[in-house]
Design a protein around this ligand. Structure first.
Ligand code: GTP
Ligand code: MG
Length: 272
């Protein structure tokens, strides 16, 4: 407790100040490890799926339920660096990297905003964004608006386009009628919407199938052959795509490249 004469408000202020200092320190650690594993990840040709959403929506629970019992080789790269990334093998035979993120909160204390945004760099680099929502929370629509506003601030408004998936979590807490209404809404939605319960695992298979579908549609793997003196194209491909395989042969450099559709189109335009 505080010194003699300290009022309750003063005590509260002091406790909050201590808490903010601690959170700032933790966020700095997060930022450092993320820089490290981002370098590690450059070597892994797998799409990254970021779970984003309001605080308490169930992102970490979903992260665990999607990846449990599936410890992948790629994890060895991350496990010690950052426990918030884990590999997942899908039924379609793809490996995806799931990334758990810090939840959004409205009216974040302004001292925390810049530190918080640093942790969201991860989201900007993701290939797919899964917006996890607490469908059982009465404030769920406002929370959604807040999260979408943050995504827009990150420059991820319209650009995210078809790589945004909405997950309506905690359906185990809903009445059958509410579930039915949500299922209807999901069926009419422009963006993929999946009903799940991270707690019971219900809907998780559908979610993974949806991820599989999006990623398969979006990314294409193809072989590219470059002349040995075409260093510019080579650098461009390393920058924009994932080089899965590289063979330097006498006639040319042969690459297996995985890239999204927009970048393939850009690459075609670059070629004479
Ligand atoms: N009933 C029910 N509870 C859930 C479900 N998913 C998560 N929860 C609970 O919701 C609370 C928050 O879950 P978390 O996974 O920690 O939420 P989060 O989105 O990671 O939260 P932050 O990390 O703070 O952003 C926990 O008490 C979970 O047990 C669900 O599907 N059903
Ligand atoms: Mg969490």
């Amino acid at each position: 407790m505080g010194g003699p004469g300290e009022t309750q408000i003063e005590t509260d202020r002091r406790l909050i100040a201590t808490r903010i200092t601690r959170l700032k320190r933790e966020l700095k650690d997060v930022k450092r490890t993320r820089q490290l594993h981002r370098q590690a990840r450059k070597r892994i040709p797998s799409p990254v799926v970021a779970l984003v959403g309001y605080t308490n929506a169930g992102k970490s629970t979903l992260f665990n339920s999607l990846t449990q019992a599936k410890v992948k080789a790629v994890d060895q790269l991350f496990a010690t660096l950052d426990p918030t990334m884990r590999g997942l093998d899908t039924p379609a035979g793809q490996t995806i990297i799931l990334s758990d993120t810090v939840g959004f909160i409205s009216q974040l204390p302004h001292e925390l905003i810049s530190a918080f945004q640093a942790t969201l760099e991860e989201v900007v680099e993701a290939d797919v964004i899964v917006h996890v929502r607490d469908a059982a929370n009465e404030d769920t629509e406002n929370q959604k608006a807040d999260v979408l506003a943050v995504l827009r601030d990150l420059g991820l408004g319209e650009a995210v386009g078809d790589m945004l998936i909405e997950v309506l979590n905690k359906i185990d807490l809903l009445t059958a009628a509410d579930r039915g209404a949500l299922a209807n809404q999901a069926a009419r939605s422009n963006i993929p919407m999946v009903l799940v319960s991270a707690a019971t695992g219900e809907g998780c298979e559908t979610l993974i199938a949806t991820l599989d579908e999006r990623i398969t549609e979006h990314f294409r793997t193809a072989e590219v052959s470059l002349a040995h003196d075409d260093g510019a194209s080579l650098a461009w491909l390393y920058d924009h795509g994932n080089i899965i395989e590289r063979r330097n042969e006498e006639d040319a450099i042969h690459l297996m490249v995985r890239m999204d559709a927009a970048n393939w189109a850009r690459f075609e335009r670059r070629r004479p």
